[in-house]
Design a protein around this ligand. Structure first.
Ligand SMILES: [Zn+2]
Ligand SMILES: [Zn+2]
Length: 169
C-alpha cells in the first residue's frame, strides 16, 4: 500500500470522508514525522502546532484556512488518529497516535518538544493511581526546561582555543 492508500484506508476505518484538507494534513504529518525519525533523537519534530501545519499547507498550495486545519486536527483527535498535548506555556501540539505511551519535555525558549518513555516511571505512576483508588483513563506529563540548543553555554567555552591576549597584540 502506498502512503496515500494507507491514509485513505485509515479515514475509511473511522468513517471519515477523504476531503483534501484531511488527506493533506495526514500526508504532511507522516512525511515530517518520518524526517524527524531519520534525524534521530532530539530532532523533536513529531509534534506539530496548528500554525505549523497551516504554514505547510500554504507551502503546498492547499487552499484551506487556519480554522479548518484546527477543526480537522480536533476531529482526528476525537477518533484517535491524532493525540493532542497541551502544555503550560499555552502550546497545543498534535502528533500521530501510534499507541505508544510517552511523556514530553518542552523547551521554554524555542518550544521544541521531545518525548521519552521510562518504564520505571510509568510503573510508579500506575502504582500511585492504584494507591489513590483511581482507575486511569488518561495520561499526560510534561517537563519544562531549555533544550540543548537553548540552554546557557558555559561562560568560558567561547574563549577556549583563542590565543590569550591576541586583541592586545
Ligand atoms: Zn530550545
Ligand atoms: Zn509525543
Amino acid at each position: 500500500m502506498t502512503a496515500k492508500q494507507e491514509i485513505l484506508a485509515e479515514l475509511d476505518r473511522v468513517n471519515m470522508r477523504a476531503t483534501v484538507p484531511r488527506v493533506k494534513l495526514l500526508e504532511i504529518m507522516r512525511h515530517d514525522a518520518g524526517l524527524a525519525e531519520k534525524k534521530g533523537p532530539g530532532a523533536g519534530a513529531r509534534h506539530f502546532t496548528v500554525d505549523y501545519l497551516f504554514k505547510r499547507m500554504m507551502d503546498l498550495k492547499v487552499d484551506v484556512g487556519l480554522a479548518t486545519v484546527y477543526r480537522v486536527a480536533q476531529q482526528f483527535t476525537e477518533v484517535g488518529i491524532l493525540k493532542e498535548a497541551r502544555f503550560d506555556n499555552d502550546r497545543v501540539v498534535y502528533e500521530l497516535n501510534d499507541g505508544r505511551q510517552h511523556d514530553h519535555i518542552v523547551c521554554l525558549n524555542c518550544g521544541a518538544v521531545d518525548e521519552f518513555f521510562d518504564p520505571t516511571l510509568a510503573a510508579r505512576q500506575n502504582a500511585m493511581a492504584e494507591q489513590l483508588g483511581y482507575m486511569l483513563a488518561g495520561h499526560q506529563m510534561a517537563l519544562y526546561g531549555y533544550c540543548s540548543m537553548c540552554r546557557p553555554k558555559p561562560m568560558n567555552s567561547a574563549q577556549k582555543g583563542k590565543p590569550a591576549g591576541r586583541e592586545k597584540r
